[in-house]
Design a protein around this ligand. Structure first.
Ligand code: ADP
Length: 280
C-alpha cells in the first residue's frame, strides 16, 4: 500500500499519464497551465515529494543491482525554467555513484566536428546507471532552429533521427523519460529580474538572456513541434507545470518513481548458498 498522504495517493499510472504528451497529438503550450497543484495543500505536497524521493533513492539501489536497464532523464525548458533546481531537488538525493548529470552547452570544436548525436550518445547512461541530461539533443531542433544555425532542410530531418536514436536506445535497454518544465513569459521575466535584483544571483544573468527572451515566440513554436513529434511510447515527453516549484518537484519525482516501479526490478540470483558461508 502506498504510504503517502491520502490526498496524494494517485495510482502510478495516473501520474504517468497526467502530464504526458500523447504520441501523435498536437501541442499548444498556451492552453496548458504553467502553474500546478492549485488544488493541493503545499505542506502535504512537500512531504509527499520528500517521501517519493526517498523511495526513488531506495529503488535506485535495486535498479543498479538488477543491472538490466539504464535510465535516461532529459530536462528541457525555456531559460530560467528551473532545470538546475529540479535536478538538484529530485535527483540530487540519489547515490552519486549510480547517477550522472550531463549538461549540454554550445558544442565545442571536437563536438561540432561530429554529427549532433555524437556527444549525446557518448553521455548515454550504462546499464544500472541513471543519466540526467540538462539540455540535450533537443537543442539541435530548438536553439539551432530558432537561430538558424543550420538550414531548415537539415534540422527538419532531425525529428526522425531523434525518434530513431531514442528507439534504438530503448530497444537496447534504456528507459527514457523526458520533461519539459513549462513556465509563462511573465514568470520568466520575474525570474530574470530576480537575477538582477539579488547580488548573489548576478552571476546567473547574462545580457544574452535578453536576446533569447525576445525570441520567446520562436522558441515556443520550436518546443511545440519537438514535443509533439518526439513524444513516443518508448520515450514520452511530459509537460510539467513548473511555476509552483513544490508541485514541479512532486510531479517529476512521482513520474520517475512510477517509471521505475513499472520495471519490476529484482536482485540478481547469487551463485552461492549464503547459509553455508561461515564468517570467522
Ligand atoms: P544553462 O542555461 O543550461 O544553465 P548556459 O547558460 O551555459 O547553461 O547555456 C547553454 C547554452 O548552450 C544555451 O544557450 C543553449 O542554447 C546552448 N546550446 C546547447 N546545445 C546547443 C547546440 N547543440 N547548438 C547550439 N547551442 C547550444
Amino acid at each position: 500500500m502506498e504510504d503517502l498522504d491520502p490526498r496524494f495517493v494517485r495510482a502510478d499510472s495516473k501520474w504517468l499519464a497526467r502530464h504526458r504528451v500523447e504520441p501523435g497529438g498536437a501541442v499548444d503550450l498556451a492552453s496548458i497551465p504553467s502553474v500546478g497543484g492549485r488544488k493541493l495543500d503545499k505542506k502535504s505536497a512537500r512531504k509527499a515529494y520528500r517521501r517519493s524521493v526517498r523511495k526513488l533513492s531506495e529503488l535506485q539501489e535495486k535498479f543498479y543491482a538488477d543491472g538490466r536497464f539504464a535510465m535516461l532523464v532529459v530536462f528541457q525548458a525555456m531559460d530560467a525554467g528551473g532545470k538546475d533546481s529540479t535536478i538538484r531537488n529530485v535527483l540530487g538525493p540519489l547515490n552519486p555513484q549510480g547517477c550522472r548529470v550531463s549538461s549540454f552547452k554550445v558544442p565545442h570544436s571536437e563536438e561540432a566536428a561530429h554529427d549532433y548525436l555524437w556527444r549525446i550518445h557518448r553521455a548515454a547512461p550504462a546499464r544500472g546507471m541513471i543519466g540526467v541530461f540538462n539540455r540535450s539533443h533537443y537543442e539541435d531542433v530548438l536553439v539551432v532552429r530558432v537561430k538558424n544555425l543550420v538550414e531548415e532542410e537539415r534540422w527538419r530531418r532531425r525529428y526522425e533521427h531523434i525518434n530513431q536514436f531514442e528507439k534504438m536506445l530503448s530497444d537496447e535497454g534504456t528507459v527514457i523519460v523526458k520533461f519539459f518544465l513549462h513556465i509563462s513569459n511573465e514568470y520568466q521575466r520575474k525570474r530574470l529580474q530576480r537575477r538582477l535584483d539579488r547580488p548573489d544571483k548576478h552571476w546567473k544573468f547574462s545580457p544574452a538572456d535578453l536576446a533569447e527572451r525576445a525570441r520567446w515566440p520562436k522558441y515556443t513554436e520550436a518546443f511545440e513541434e519537438a514535443l509533439a513529434r518526439c513524444s513516443t511510447p518508448h520515450a514520452p515527453w511530459h509537460i510539467i507545470p513548473a511555476e509552483n516549484r513544490w508541485y514541479r518537484n512532486l510531479a517529476v519525482a512521482r513520474i520517475l518513481l512510477a517509471t521505475m516501479r513499472k520495471l519490476d526490478l529484482s536482485y540478481p540470483e547469487v551463485t552461492f548458498d549464503p547459509s553455508e558461508i561461515k564468517l570467522t
